[in-house]
Design a binder for this molecule. Sequence first.
Ligand code: GDP
Ligand code: MG
Length: 170
Amino acid sequence: VSEEEKTEDYLFKIVLVGDSAVGKSNLLARFARDEFYPNSKSTIGVEFQTQKMDINGKEIKAQIWDTAGQERFRAVTSAYYRGAVGALLVYDISRRQTFDSIGRWLNELHITILVGNKTDLKDAREVPTAEGKALAEAQGLFFMETSALDSSNVAAAFQTVVKEIYNILS
Ligand code: GDP
Ligand code: MG
């Protein structure tokens, strides 16, 4: 391994955005620690979590930022977004209101994946998959449906963002 290769280091800041209680903190808890909190309040711990990922054989560190519940007051500050290159914009497929407010969270600076979370709540679905997909296409976003509860697509959602950033920056 050459000196150049050894010192090559990637650190990408990624932010989680979306309405309160859509599952942002639990997606991060599932991805970073394989944990789930059935009755989580708006604050589960950390400001950000750094996660090592392997993309095309390169070690990449994703520094994933979570809100401390300030989205309830629409008070997510510019400091939260500063330096971010990617975002997971999350809504809850069982609450249409969280899908209707997606526009408020759009930020053109970021590589963004639209995430419809809580797919395990099949009987309570209010936002069809096709509708999420269509919005993502219209806005030029990636799209995925996840469940932090049963783990489906959680790692894939984070990996999609990180891989895209890597492809653009490398
Ligand atoms: P945040 O406010 O966006 O960070 O949302 P939280 O992660 O705190 O989750 C809000 C509530 O939704 C909690 O009671 C979680 O247990 C629940 N929750 C989060 N993700 C899922 C999921 O994928 N499926 C189900 N059924 N509940 C979830
Ligand atoms: Mg939270």
